[in-house]
Design a protein around this ligand. Structure first.
Ligand SMILES: Cc1cc2nc3c(=O)[nH]c(=O)nc-3n(C[C@H](O)[C@H](O)[C@H](O)COP(=O)(O)OP(=O)(O)OC[C@H]3O[C@@H](n4cnc5c(N)ncnc54)[C@H](O)[C@@H]3O)c2cc1C
Length: 434
């Protein structure tokens, strides 16, 4: 094997899932993370069964995930009038061999960080270290240029460089210098968490409204046994005119809920009080729903992109973090086949870049929320019986198409062998560098 470790740019969910995978299969790696201190940032995200399976295979068990989230039992869409459009069971209840988890993004991040440091040692994560660029070397290795939090600069030589540095990836910017700017389709999201009583099954993901004006709600903790209250994640979303582009200076800011609560005044049903839910949050995060146009390849010789750096996508399919975890495992499997080599990166790229680029475009077309667009087109959002608007067979076919594309079709996933066989280790030396 190469003398040099694999260099990972970015210690987010994708970077740490990669680091845990490489550590598991015996490939030395070092994570360079821009922030000086890891903190539990963000609100709720979903881990689909395909990603939960990979976490289990990494030795992260249900007992761990239950400390940072809750198994999801239902996915449902409800019209603005409060009538059901679609609902289906999720996770084990749907027939998957693995649950779907709704978790706190920051707590998942800290869990992965803690476990990786326990397994690989603190030196395997370098905080305050931003990778700004890379140089390909004649022996097939790669050198990453690093800017440190104190202003110092250094370099790190790697057998490979994995760019897991998020939607604003510096690695991707160098790999694809002519890529278009970030794409914003006009939707603005305000996200927050409130202590509240969970609705419907007690662990339901519920989207209410229309495709241009909606709220998504799901709990990310088990309810308190005494009060019955859980941490409930909500995303309030409005689509606006985007012809002049995003006007704010940054992509992410904290705002008081009074700035946007008026968009949801009157959204009160006998089973849900949206204004009260929003008002119950201490703070909300505003950010536009953004993604990036797909690129033709995620590989440049010994360098590959992973996670949001490869495929930043709208969160409509709840699969950004899940796909980052799956990327890491597919990359590990490719290294088991081809060693720590460019050939492994080419295999990883060939397996994922094309299909996942299609998922980006599907999510842009509303992903599974596309059913709301159909309701809008066919009846303007007003209906008493959804069967008169979209027959059940059409609703089911629509959802099945999305799940197949996103890699969480039940039969295929349950029947698929492990991505990485238990105990598998990379042993073959990397040609060219020893
Ligand atoms: C602070 C934060 C909060 C988030 N909150 C939510 C949320 O509430 N809901 C949701 O759906 N999604 C959220 N996301 C996005 C979500 O985590 C990702 O879409 C998904 O998990 C894919 O993970 P990733 O590792 O590819 O990217 P990210 O999770 O974005 O991680 C990228 C990491 O790389 C680091 N980094 C960036 N540039 C460099 C560089 N040049 N060199 C070294 N390190 C670098 C960043 O600091 C970050 O830790 C959040 C992301 C971040 C960073």
């Amino acid at each position: 094997m190469s003398d040099h470790p694999v260099v990972i740019a970015g210690g987010g969910i994708g970077g740490l899932a990669t680091a845990l995978t490489l550590q598991q299969i015996g490939v030395p790696c070092v994570v360079y993370e821009a922030v000086r201190e890891m903190r539990p940032l963000g609100v709720g995200i979903n881990l689909q069964p395909n990603a939960v399976r990979e976490l289990y295979d990494l030795g992260i068990a249900a007992v761990d995930l239950d400390t940072i989230g809750v198994p999801a039992q239902e996915w449902a869409l409800v019209g603005l009038n409060g009538n059901d459009i679609y609902s289906e069971p999720r996770g084990l209840g749907a027939g998957y061999n693995w649950p779907q988890y709704a978790v706190h993004r920051g707590q998942l991040h800290m869990l992965l960080y803690r476990i990786f440091v326990e397994r690989a040692g603190p030196q395997a994560v370098r905080l305050g270290s931003r990778i700004s660029s890379y140089t390909r070397n004649s022996d097939g290795s790669v050198t990453a240029q690093i800017e440190h939090g104190d202003g110092a600069r250094s370099e790190a030589r790697g057998a490979l460089l994995i760019g897991a540095d998020g939607i604003h990836s510096a690695v991707r910017a160098q790999m694809h210098p002519t890529q278009p700017p970030i794409h914003w389709g006009g939707a603005v999201m305000w996200r927050g968490v409130t202590r509240a009583r969970p609705i419907r099954t007690g662990s339901s993901f519920v989207g209410v409204g229309t495709h241009r004006h909606r709220v998504v709600i799901y709990p990310i903790s088990h309810p308190d046994p005494v009060t019955g209250l859980a941490t409930v994640n909500w995303i309030a979303e409005v689509t606006m005119d985007n012809s002049e582009g995003w006007k704010q200076a940054g992509w992410f800011r904290q705002v008081p809920v009074s700035e946007f609560a008026h968009h949801f005044a009157g959204w009160t049903y006998d089973w849900l009080d949206v204004p009260a839910l929003i008002a119950g949050a201490e703070i909300a995060y505003e950010n536009p729903m953004i993604d990036r146009d797909p690129v033709a390849t995620w590989q440049d010789g010994p360098v590959a992109l992973l996670g949001d750096a490869a495929h930043a996508m709208y969160p409509t399919g709840s699969n950004g973090a899940s796909q980052a975890i799956v990327d890491a495992r597919v990359l590990g499997a490719a290294m088991l086949e081809h060693g720590v080599s460019e050939a492994a990166l080419a295999t990883y790229d060939a397996r994922l870049c094309g299909p996942i680029s299609q998922v980006i475009l599907r999510n842009r077309g509303a992903g599974p929320f596309g059913l709301l667009n159909l309701v809008d087109e066919r009846c303007g959002g007003t209906f008493s019986d959804i069967d008169d608007v979209i027959p059940p067979t059409e609703r089911e076919a629509f959802m099945a198409g999305y799940k197949k594309a996103a890699g969480f079709a039940i039969e295929q996933l349950n029947a698929a062998p492990r991505t990485i066989a238990e105990g598998a280790r990379v042993s073959a030396p990397r040609s060219g560098v020893s």
